[in-house]
Design a protein around this ligand. Structure first.
Ligand SMILES: [Zn+2]
Length: 344
């Protein structure tokens, strides 16, 4: 029965770079690229919603990566950027560390603008012989992180996941419905590291590679802004994106507003946009962007964080944080442009 204002924000106030989208995905051996979203459909939504560029982070590697670069980045200059991913299938080969650094260099030559590391690292990828999970700070990746830094390729890194995914799936879990819909998102028990252990492993990587710029996706750990702030304070090479976490940021609007004030030069706009109705908080389309703009630009109260009949990440609603224009410009595009190396 609450009577509240509803502000329509069909276009962002300033042109946007969506730093985190999944237009493509690759086969495990890097030979083929798969398009989840059709570039022409993307461009139509982009023009309507004032999105200047989409960054396709899951650009696979090798031939698949080159194909994504050709069909997105080169076919539509300035509208799409493609990142490269590590070749984990070669992880157990003796020459892997140098090979992986060379892969990143070759991808850069072919046009890749950054490196993407999925949460697989730390939670899925295992050593062939021991079957142990590979740690995020495994030294075999050191040359890869250094190569990315030397080539000014930002690293988009997703480690860990919402804290509720590390807790039992029972009636006390605030994401019970989401975990019931996606049971493979649960990392409770078995031999999975805990949330904080994953976070600290990523922190080791940022500490060891100070010249490499890291964008910790999904606000690094959106439920714990004090911890994220502590990390940002101790690692000047750390940044965050807000993809698929306005549900978290928007339920703590006063803390979020202060967070944006303080770290306005290190927060990037991203949505995690991908295809399909299974995850409404990231389903690419007009409705998704309108909600993000409403959260960032207005002080509207108590609205849905995803275009869905039932809030998909937990049954709560959010509050806009009404950012001033100076911060909006940086978050919408300026910070991403600086990291990728294009004009703001
Ligand atoms: Zn993503």
């Amino acid at each position: 029965m609450l009577h509240t204002a509803e502000t329509q924000v069909p276009r962002a106030r300033f042109p946007v770079i969506d730093f985190h989208t999944h237009i493509t995905g690759g086969s495990a051996d890097g030979s083929r690229i798969r398009f989840n979203l059709d570039p022409a459909t993307c461009l139509a939504v982009m023009d309507r919603r004032n999105i200047r560029t989409m960054v396709d982070v899951t650009g696979s590697y090798d031939a698949a990566n080159r194909e994504a670069i050709t069909r997105l980045q080169q076919a539509h200059p300035g509208r799409f950027f493609v990142f490269v991913e590590p070749a984990y299938s070669r992880m157990s080969d003796p020459g892997y560390p140098a090979f992986q650094a060379e892969q990143v260099e070759a991808a850069h030559k072919a046009g890749a603008r950054g490196l993407k590391v999925l949460k697989n690292l730390g939670l899925v990828v295992r050593d062939n012989s021991s079957n142990q999970l590979i740690r995020v700070d495994d030294h075999r990746f050191d040359p890869m992180w250094e190569a990315a830094g030397a080539l000014n390729m930002p690293v988009a890194i997703h480690s860990s996941d919402p804290e509720a995914f590390f807790l039992p799936i029972d009636r006390f879990n605030e994401r019970w419905e989401e975990l019931r819909a996606h049971p493979n998102w649960s990392f409770y028990g078995k031999d999975f590291p805990g949330n904080r252990e994953l976070q600290e492993a990523r922190r080791n990587v940022m500490r060891r590679h100070p010249r490499t710029q890291f964008v910790c996706l999904h606000v690094a750990d959106s439920e714990d802004l004090p911890y994220v702030s502590e990390c940002l304070d101790s690692h000047p090479n750390m940044h965050v994106d807000i993809a698929a976490r306005i549900g978290e940021l928007g339920r703590q609007p006063r803390s979020s507003r202060r967070f944006f004030d303080r770290y306005q030069d290190r927060i990037l706009f991203g949505t995690d946009a991908s295809a399909g109705p299974a995850t409404p908080q990231q389903t690419f389309g007009d409705a998704l962007y309108e909600i993000y703009y409403r959260f960032l630009e207005t002080e509207d109260e108590y609205f849905d964080y995803a275009p869905a009949p039932v809030p998909p990440q937990g049954r709560w609603r959010i509050y806009g944080i009404g950012l001033p224009e100076s911060i909006l410009r940086k978050v919408y595009a300026g910070n991403a442009a600086r990291l990728i190396g294009v004009s703001g």
